[in-house]
Design a protein around this ligand. Structure first.
Ligand code: MEV
Length: 314
């Protein structure tokens, strides 16, 4: 039996500006997607903990899972590409996620890359991380129509990465962070819609280009602070990045309240990803107090650490 872990991904700095040619800093975390593959007599996919409602047809003794079609679309595409490349496989795939889907922590990228990696190992094939990243991106493109290569690259390669989206390029940084918190706020809108709204703002208001420019230069400063392990600097830049994202219209009142209440207990914090809810990063000074704030506000949250590796057998 093969078991693969594909990590979730947080954006430390630079989201949205990355769409306009600036680099972003992303990191893989120790929560993500587990994919098991065990050879058998037929191809079966089981999921654990993926939210879905069931519709049952008693005459046919058959159930349909509703609300998980998109999740299965990633699995479907990944299995099809894998079969084309590495031959057909009869196996049971079991997929578990320890992050809720659709929060902006790259769970769809982790599912796509995790299934591809598990399939390859089950088929006895060694795939290098860059090919895995490219294949994962093809899966996301097929399912979503558009997709940035950032998430699939990060979950394939792992660690702290500086990423340029167009033309795609990345650099692995020799950097780490102490454990931090991710709070999960219900999202208003999809990544695609939010990215389109930011583009519309940039088209309407030429001064908005300065915000993109400012995020780009902030990323360079954050890069230096990451290498130096300077948490004061990183926290301050997280706040600045967050308010710049606020100027682009993707930070709402829930995030403002959370950061305000947590302020005495954190170095800094920011949204991570497209925004309007989703993941909020909090770099703690006093972890227990941060947990109290998060609990008092009723937010789902996780304490996470950065992983060194991307999708790999565990
Ligand atoms: C979404 O996680 C990050 C964005 O920069 C979009 C993208 O890079 O495709 C908002």
């Amino acid at each position: 039996m093969v078991k693969v872990f594909a990590p979730g991904v947080v954006k430390l700095f630079g989201e949205h500006a990355v769409v306009y040619g600036r680099p972003a800093l992303a990191a893989t975390i120790d929560r993500g997607v587990y994919v098991e593959c065990e050879k058998g007599d037929r191809l079966v996919v089981e999921t654990v903990g993926v939210p879905a409602s069931l519709r049952y047809f008693p005459e046919e003794k058959r159930a349909e899972a509703l609300g998980s079609e998109r999740f299965f679309a990633y699995i479907d595409a990944a299995l099809r590409f894998a079969e084309e490349l590495w031959g057909s496989l009869r196996a049971r795939f079991t997929i578990k996620s320890d992050l809720p889907p659709g929060i902006g922590a790259a769970t769809s990228a982790a599912v796509s890359v995790g299934v591809l990696k598990a399939y390859s190992l089950c088929a006895g094939v060694e795939v290098d991380v860059y090919s895995l990243a490219k294949l994962g991106h093809r899966v996301e493109l097929e399912v979503q129509g558009i997709a940035s290569p950032m998430d699939t690259a990060a979950t394939s390669i792992g660690g702290v990465l500086k990423i340029w989206a167009s033309p795609f390029r990345l650099e692995r940084l020799n950097a780490s962070l102490p454990p931090f918190y991710i709070a999960v706020l219900p999202r208003v809108g999809t990544t695609r819609e939010i990215v389109a709204d930011v583009k519309a703002l940039l088209d309407r208001r030429r001064s908005a280009a300065n915000v993109i420019e400012a995020i780009g230069s902030l990323v360079e400063e954050a890069h230096a602070c990451l290498l130096a392990g300077d948490l004061e600097c990183l926290g301050e830049l997280m706040y600045m990045n967050n308010w710049l994202l606020g100027a682009l219209g993707v930070v709402d009142g829930r995030v403002v309240t959370l950061l305000d209440m947590a302020k005495p207990f954190i170095y800094g914090g920011k949204i991570s990803g497209a925004g309007r809810g989703g993941v909020v990063l909090l770099l703690p000074r006093e972890g227990t107090m941060v947990e109290r704030v998060l609990s008092s506000l009723g937010h789902v949250y996780y304490k996470v650490s950065i992983t060194e590796t991307g999708a790999a057998a565990v």
